[in-house]
Design a protein around this ligand. Sequence first.
Ligand SMILES: [Fe+2]
Length: 376
Amino acid sequence: MDEAGTVYGYAVAVDPRGRLRYGHVDGRTAEFHPLWLRERAPDPATTDPQTGQRLIEAADIPLDLAVTDACVENDGVRLSFSDGHSTVFSFAVLDEAISGRAEERRLWGRDLTPLPQADAQAVVTDDAALHAMLEALDRYGCVIVRGLAATEDGMSPVVDRIGPLRRTNWGGIADVKAIPSAYDLTMTARHLEKHADNPYRDPIPGYIFLHCIVNNAEGGDSEIADGFAVAERMRREHPEEFSILTTVRPRFRYVDETTHLEHEGPLIELGSSGEVFRVRYSNRTETVDALEPDVLDPYYRARARFHALINSPEMTVQFKLGPGDMIVMDNYRLLHGRRGYKLETGMRHLRQGYVDRDTLQSRRRILARSHKKAVS
Ligand SMILES: [Fe+2]
């Protein structure tokens, strides 16, 4: 690197194409495109200080714009551009740009014991406890909250701390218990294989809040698996099957007398950096189109592998919710099911609600501003 400046181990330089070369103190290096830097220049001529929104028209920036000079200035980098603009980026902003959030995930299998936990009273009364709960949920994809009232709306004090419930055609908080007129297999006592909830909705519910009122029947244990860990294992061990599951887009469907819901998407959905962004597995509601047999053949083989891994003992954590317990699950990531239970031996009555992804993530980010210490 032709260094234009160094401080505290950081190094900055401009390459022959007018890009910024940035050397992080920890040894990582990155290149920044001049337009990427120019369109988000953190000065009041470019970015509104109050709203943080862009003031200039990004599409009007010359495509041949170049960084002409870079030098270390205090705790950041002063940049000059070929359009005559000059601005200062802090090291913190550039560092954040090159660190991926995927690094903060913890993938897990049956060794995730105990499950991440939070105390309901603390979460309701203390922002730091709520933040720790939401960070654990973000890192592991699930958290158990203990100490809720074992009453019909006992989850409300915790949910109200996060944001509004998503209302669906089933209402807000809905019963999960065996009833004679079941409109979904959830409302029976049968074993439920692991699945993501409601992939036929658009948007798919982001988070599931599953609260236990009574669970004294024989059986009825909960089972969960980390869908991201399963997907990464497929990517590692069976890359062609992994690829098939990221490209074939089955349709998911729910139909009753008053509702017809449909949505489509791959069983493994990737984000812009190739990271696993969302998994879908819902045997009950998947309806793949009648594609060419040469496409369906490898799809069915890959789907069978995915299913076998999701339900393998080594990827499964099994536990039993008790009265006043609630599990909160990332429905983009976790696959959940339950063991069958015997109605003649007792009762199993859970209640469930959904919170949208943007609602919960907004709450987590706001709390992070003042409560940086996360669950480890
Ligand atoms: Fe479910």
